[in-house]
Structure formats: structure tokens, C-alpha cells
Design a protein around this ligand. Structure first.
Ligand code: NAI
Ligand code: 15L
Length: 277
């Protein structure tokens, strides 16, 4: 692995080396396009090959569940953008491997390497069992809507512990639905545009002090379930909105039954969890 001093032309950048996990995934690819001004070297990591490293990049194929490999991968890193892992509901063993063991390995290595800050891709599914009629904030008790959401609760609590015990700062991004455009009526509330997403990550990385912060990753949508007033210190201001897409998803007059998944913020994830007879 190269040394930051090997890149003197880029030494004016704020960070010497940032690690991006999940670099081959959807959001990892978005960040790869935008993170270069932040760091002399962007270390790209994933289970899948993130593709050839370009100028100012390094590529490391690594399974987050491999503790020794994760420790090696964190050598020389200043801060971590942690976007790797299972991103949907899945059998527990898979979530355990990637999201629970993987995130634990990451924080252990972060602490042992003396790294001061992690931006952690949590999910709104950590709180997906709140009804859509309720507005929640960073202090609302966790209400996961499945095993995937539960694995994100683990990451949030793990990062809380590593801050309280060791002072490792984390911003937990409870991302809503980050795609090029909203895909359904639920996303009129949960949509996060790519531009707003990159700005949120930038704010989380560069705010002078973050301690342990929970922030909802959501654009400035008129339908608004999430109150970000406790994350004002990040300075994040969403510029985009799902509202221009609203006419694509008109209300059809079909009121959901009281126990319908559509009544919950997690929407279809509620029905994607383990099924019992
Ligand atoms: P994605 O599924 O496209 O990317 C995840 C990446 O993690 C993949 O490239 C995969 O190969 C990698 N990965 C999986 N298991 C791994 C392991 N054991 N070791 C190393 N790498 C592993 O997901 P996406 O959409 O890019 O999401 C990124 C993160 O953001 C995920 O943690 C996801 O839970 C979170 N998130 C995303 C949202 C969205 O709207 N895209 C919403 C809420 C949370
Ligand atoms: C998530 O947590 C997923 O990672 C993402 O793929 C979307 O499904 C998103 O939630 C959502 O709720 O739309």
C-alpha cells in the first residue's frame, strides 16, 4: 500500500487517505465519482472487484468478515466511508457475515489503527416499524422492520459504544431511498437524491465535531416523516425534492387495511422479513 507522501501533488487535499467500503455498489460508485477532491488517495474496497484504480485511487478486494484482512486494509487510513455490506433483507447468516461481523471487524480495526471518524451507512429500516402517521427524530427508540433493519441497529449501537468507550466519532446516515429518481409512492417521503446524498456525506466528513450523530438521509420532500433538527451541527441542507415526481404516483383511492405494510415507514421491507407459519 502506498504512502501519502507518494502523492505530493495531491497533498493539499484535506485527507491523506479515505477508505470507501462498498465501492462496487450503487452508492459506492456515486461516492467514487465525487470524493476525489476530499482526499489525496481514495482506497476503494469491496467483496467484488471495484474495477481498476485510477489516479489517486487504490483498490482492495476484501471480505469485511475477514478480520485480519480488514485490519490490513485500514493501514494508513484517516477516515472511513462505510457503505459495504448487505443492502436488503436477507437470511440472518448473510446479514451476520457482512453487516454484523463485518461492521464489528471494521470498528475494531478503526480503533486499533487510531482512526478518528467513520461515516456509517445505516438505513431508515432501523426504524421502519414506525407508522407513516408518526414523525420521528434521532432520539426515537429503534424499531427495526426486519433482520436487515436489525443489523443496522447493531451498527448504530456498535458505533455508539466505540464513541463512548474509545472516542471514535461516527455519523450514522439513516438513508431513505437513494436512487436517481423516486420509484414508488413511498419514495415521495423517503427519496434522497444523489446530489443531496453526496452533500450529506461531505457534511458528515467535514463537520469539526460530530461525536455520535444520527441523521436521516432524505431530500427536502413535502411528505416528511423524519426530523433532522438534532443533526443541525452537520450543516446539511437538502436541495432536491421528490415533489416534482409526485404526479407519477397518484393516490388511487385505495385505503390500506389497518395492518397493511403501506401504513409503516419501512413499507415492503416489513413483509420481506422472516416468514412464519
Ligand atoms: P449495494 O448492494 O449496491 O452495495 C453494497 C456493496 O457491499 C456491494 O458492492 C457488495 O459487493 C458489498 N458487500 C456485500 N457484502 C460484503 C462483504 N461481506 N464484504 C465486503 N463488501 C461486501 O448497496 P447500496 O445501495 O450501494 O448501499 C450502500 C449502503 O447504504 C448499504 O450499507 C446499504 O444498506 C445502505 N443503504 C442504502 C440505501 C439506498 O437507498 N441505496 C438506503 C439505506 C441504506
Ligand atoms: C434500503 O435500506 C436499501 O439499501 C435500499 O436498496 C432501498 O431499498 C431503501 O432501503 C428503501 O427503503 O427504499
Amino acid at each position: 500500500m502506498s504512502n501519502p507522501q507518494d502523492h505530493p501533488a495531491q497533498s493539499a487535499k484535506p485527507f491523506r487517505r479515505l477508505l470507501l467500503t462498498g465501492a462496487a455498489g450503487n452508492l459506492g460508485q456515486v461516492l467514487r465519482q465525487h470524493a476525489k477532491p476530499w482526499t489525496a488517495v481514495l482506497r476503494l474496497s469491496d467483496l467484488s472487484d471495484p474495477g481498476a484504480a485510477q489516479a489517486g485511487e487504490e483498490a482492495v478486494v476484501c471480505d469485511l468478515a475477514d478480520k485480519a484482512a480488514v485490519y490490513d486494509m485500514l493501514e494508513g487510513v484517516d477516515a472511513v466511508l462505510h457503505f459495504g455490506g448487505r443492502s436488503l433483507e436477507a437470511p440472518f447468516e448473510q446479514l451476520m457475515h457482512a453487516n454484523i461481523q463485518g461492521t464489528y471487524n471494521l470498528y475494531e480495526a478503526v480503533h486499533k489503527r487510531g482512526i478518528r471518524r467513520v461515516i456509517y451507512a445505516s438505513s431508515s429500516h432501523a426504524v421502519g416499524y414506525y407508522p407513516t402517521t408518526e414523525r420521528i427524530d434521532a432520539d426515537s427508540p429503534l424499531r427495526p422492520d426486519g433482520l436487515y433493519g436489525l443489523s443496522k441497529c447493531f451498527g448504530e449501537s456498535l458505533s455508539r459504544y466505540y464513541f463512548d468507550r474509545f472516542g471514535v466519532e461516527t455519523v450514522c446516515l439513516r438513508i431513505g431511498s437513494c436512487f436517481p429518481e423516486p420509484r414508488n409512492a413511498r419514495m415521495l417521503a423517503t427519496y434522497l437524491s444523489y446530489d443531496d446524498f453526496v452533500e450529506l456525506v461531505r457534511c458528515a466528513l467535514f463537520a469539526p465535531r460530530v461525536g455520535h450523530t444520527i441523521v436521516y438521509g432524505v431530500s427536502d420532500n413535502r411528505i416528511n416523516w423524519w426530523d433532522n433538527s438534532k443533526a443541525g451541527h452537520l450543516g446539511f441542507v437538502a436541495r432536491d425534492s421528490a415533489d416534482p415526481f409526485a404526479e407519477r404516483f397518484p393516490f388511487g383511492g385505495a385505503w390500506p387495511a389497518a395492518d397493511d405494510a403501506g401504513n409503516f415507514q419501512g413499507g415492503p421491507f416489513i413483509l420481506a422479513g422472516p416468514q412464519y407459519e
